[in-house]
Structure formats: structure tokens, C-alpha cells
Design a protein around this ligand. Sequence first.
Ligand SMILES: [Zn+2]
Length: 193
Amino acid sequence: MAESRRGIGSRPSAMVGHMTDSQVTMVGTALKVTMRYLHFPVGVTRPPKGYRSVEWTCGVCGATLPITVASITLARRRRIWRGLGGLVLTLCALSVLIATTAVANTSAAVADWLDTVPVWVMFPSCMFLVISAITGAALLVLAWHDDGVRIPRGTPRRATHPVHSAKQVERMRRKARRLAHRSGQTKTKSNTP
Ligand SMILES: [Zn+2]
């Protein structure tokens, strides 16, 4: 089966990771969580239609997890709907925020009216719009990485065996290579008399 136009091929490019390490460090005032994985292919072809469920066995710890792989049509459809939903949510929330600010800046009557709105109404409303915009953006990112591969919620050891897209795996590997290169350089410097 040929590779589809949207990069969803007959064999999923997404991989399942086994978490090998997790570190929590302080960066300024924020906590930074770094997780490292060993990735393995899903190793299943997509069904002609609907979903195919298989038992996937981790090559490191031997854990067995159920994996669902969508057909090309379903995977593509889910990516499009999720992306569209995220885009519409973000645009709506940002439009309301920007339009309200713009109108309040140009209309004294609207600005006066906004001043009469109690903080306990204004604050949650603004937070709702900001959270909606962030949720929409997160949905867009999820859609970008969605390859139609799922491990059902509630599956034991799902948290330590996440599904990552080929793009995410490549980014993590690049980062790991960079860190290894940097630590190699540091070791060489410290060994130099
Ligand atoms: Zn494992």
C-alpha cells in the first residue's frame, strides 16, 4: 500500500517507548522533567478499515500492552478532525480576547461597562478563554503527531510505555546525541592535563 499524502502509511511510523530514566531538575524557578526512552516499532500493518488490536510486548521489560492501530482512512480522519477542532477552538478564544480588548480600547462605553463587571466574573472568564486557546493549541500539536496508534487509557504501565510519533522519536534522539556529544567534550576537557 502506498504512503498516503498526509504521511500516514500502511505501517504506523509511531513507536512505543520504554522509559529508561526520569530526572527532575530546577531550572531557575521552574521544575524541568526529563525522561529518556528506548523506542520500538509497533510492528503491525494497518487494517484495510476500522481498527486492529494487538498485544505488544516491550523489548526491555517484557511488559505486554494492548495496542490499537487505525486504518489509513480512520487515522487520517482523526488527525483532520482533531486538528480542525484545535484550530477552531484557538481561533475562537483568541478572537474573543482580541476583539474585547480592541473594542474596550476604542469605546469608552464598553470600557466603562467592563469596569462594572466584578472581578469574580471577569477573572474566570479570561482564564476560560486563555485555557481554551491553550487546549486548542495542544489539540493541534496532538493532531500533528497523531498516527492512529493508541494504548487504551487505564492500561497498566501505559505511563512508562507512551506512544511517540516518528517526529518526536527523531527529536529525542537528536537531543540525546547532542547531550552525549557535549558530555564527551566535557570529559575530554577534564581529562586534559
Ligand atoms: Zn518496558
